[in-house]
Design a protein. Structure first.
Length: 218
């Protein structure tokens, strides 16, 4: 079982499910040849995928195109079903930074066949996190800068203000379709600039006022 790490808190919380939003930045949707969605596109990752900043991402030997995706991640601190604006906002107890590592070649192959692309998103070390910053310590403004570099070269840089669906809208949407529970994490989508990484590459990512991640590809 994997447990969350918190900044300025001794709270111990096991990680639940990882609910991920696809194509939540218009420019990213376009760079992958997809349409801008009318509602959040949802997929899941298991908690067993999680590692933390400083640990390596292990490149699966059955893929030749591993991509980085940097994302704002919401920490759900209480159970919520059929959320309203108010209850959805209250259920978000904190924020962290995450990397949704993706096997892009497998994803395109599965999508072309009309098959689920779960295995393109779910593999050991496919979700990298930093510490959760609780809302009591920082209230998200909604215009924080999120960025990522590989070997010192910047690849992703945007504002979370560019998200199509806001954190509250995302929680409302998901909670109407599945119960969200304490310990669940929601990856809110990545901005444009995703790209390939190979063994030996160093990834550095940051989200303004929330935290940073350093990892390397093994």
């Amino acid at each position: 079982m994997k447990y969350l790490k918190f900044k300025n808190s001794s709270e111990v919380t096991p990680i639940g499910k990882l609910v991920c939003v696809g194509r939540n930045y218009a420019a990213h949707a376009k760079e992958l040849g997809g349409e801008v969605p009318e509602f959040p596109i949802i997929f899941l990752k298991p908690a067993s995928n999680v590692i933390f900043s400083g640990e390596p991402v292990v490149h699966p030997d059955y893929s030749n195109n591993l991509h980085h995706e940097v994302e704002l991640v919401l920490y759900i601190g209480e159970d919520i079903k059929n959320g309203t604006d108010e209850s959805a906002a209250n259920a978000i107890h904190g924020f962290t930074l995450g990397l949704d590592m993706t096997l892009r070649d497998l994803q395109f192959e599965f999508k072309a066949k009309g098959d689920p692309w779960t295995l393109a998103k779910c593999f050991d070390t496919a979700a990298v996190l930093t510490e959760v910053v609780l809302k009591k310590d920082y209230q998200l403004k909604g215009n924080e800068i999120i960025s990522l570099s590989v070997n010192g070269t910047e690849r992703q840089n945007s504002s979370i203000a560019n998200m199509i669906f806001s954190p509250v809208e995302i929680v409302k949407f998901i909670s109407k379709r599945m119960t969200l529970e304490k310990g669940d994490l929601i990856f809110t989508g990545t901005p444009e600039g995703v790209g390939r990484v190979v063994p030996g590459d160093k990834i550095e990512a940051s989200l303004e006022n929330i935290g940073s991640i350093t990892t390397f590809i093994k």
